[in-house]
Design a protein around this ligand. Structure first.
Ligand code: SF4
Length: 288
């Protein structure tokens, strides 16, 4: 399927994420990498990953899916969110595509096989915005015995989430807050869409782990952590893995302190109290 539809004479609606940008001819959407080129939306980063690495799967983080294997990781530029604490902002908040080398879907799969990876991860920036590229790689990956992983903010359109079923095997989804206004104003997404997508992914049997980056003063109140933990336990299941991750000053948030180990431990306690069984603390190097 094509992830766009014409809406008026020169406008085309992008169907890749929950923003559903209605884009004028010659213009790009919010993510800066999907463009109305006249008769269609072109995904400008198709074939042009800006980052390629071989990572341990635990780095995604995924702890309960193919443990101790290598995952071939790619990311492009652009994002549909604008989080001020982004830890990958050099990729996510630029539109400078590295066009030095074109990587066809077959090239990506061949490289993953060559480096003996068991999966391909679409990660670093928001993969939803380059889903047309993912879809082509992921189909080939499955034919070659490789699994597919997306590390995402969970703001997929309903069209993309439906296409993910049977194609994407595992997810790590950020649940960054439980405050609708904060999501809208500070991050640029809609909480209800993300919660609904999470329920959908779990119901469809996609292995789903969740990450919450705890940013001091922004999402570290007990109330909010309780809401997040209760949602995961009650709506998704007590076996769902929750990664609680520490913030370090980055991008526009250089004046905030690092997340303390006390807050991380408190969040873990809250998670256990809510009934969650699998909780891991992340980015704790130097804090313990
Ligand atoms: S991927 Fe999302 S943000 Fe980008 S153009 Fe499409 S709808 Fe807009």
């Amino acid at each position: 399927m094509n992830f766009y539809e014409p809406t008026s004479n020169d406008k085309i609606k992008c169907l890749l994420c929950g923003h559903y940008c209605n884009i004028n001819e010659g213009q790009v959407g919010l993510c800066k990498v999907n463009k109305n080129v006249g008769d269609k939306i072109e995904c400008l980063v198709y074939g042009y990953p800006n980052a390629i690495n071989i990572d341990p799967i635990e780095k995604k983080p995924l702890y309960h899916f193919l443990p101790q294997t290598k995952t071939f990781s790619i990311g492009t530029v652009g994002c549909n969110f604008h989080c001020s604490f982004c830890q990958n902002w050099q990729l996510s908040q630029t539109d400078k595509i590295n066009k030095k080398q074109y990587y066809s879907p077959q090239n990506i799969v061949d490289l993953a096989l060559h480096y003996k990876c068991e999966s391909i991860s679409y990660t670093y920036n928001e993969p939803t915005i380059f889903f047309p590229y993912i879809k082509d790689i992921a189909n080939l990956a499955h034919h070659n015995g490789l699994k597919n992983i997306m590390v995402t903010n969970g703001f997929e359109s309903s069209e993309v989430r439906t296409s993910m079923v049977g194609l994407i095997d595992a997810l790590n989804v950020d649940l960054k807050s439980f405050d609708e206004k904060y999501y809208k104003k500070n991050l640029g997404g809609k909480l209800d869409v993300i919660l609904d997508n999470l329920k959908f992914f779990v119901k469809k049997g996609i292995h789903t782990e969740i990450t919450t980056l705890i940013v001091p003063t922004q999402n570290d109140s007990e109330k909010e952590l309780e809401e997040i933990a209760s949602f995961i336990a009650n709506e998704l299941g007590s076996d769902i893995v929750w990664h609680i991750s520490a913030f370090h000053p980055d991008y526009k948030e250089m004046d905030l302190p690092r997340t303390s180990i006390e807050i991380l431990k408190k969040a873990r306690e809250i998670g256990y109290r809510a009934g969650l069984k699998n909780i891991y603390l992340g980015n704790v190097g130097g804090l313990l």
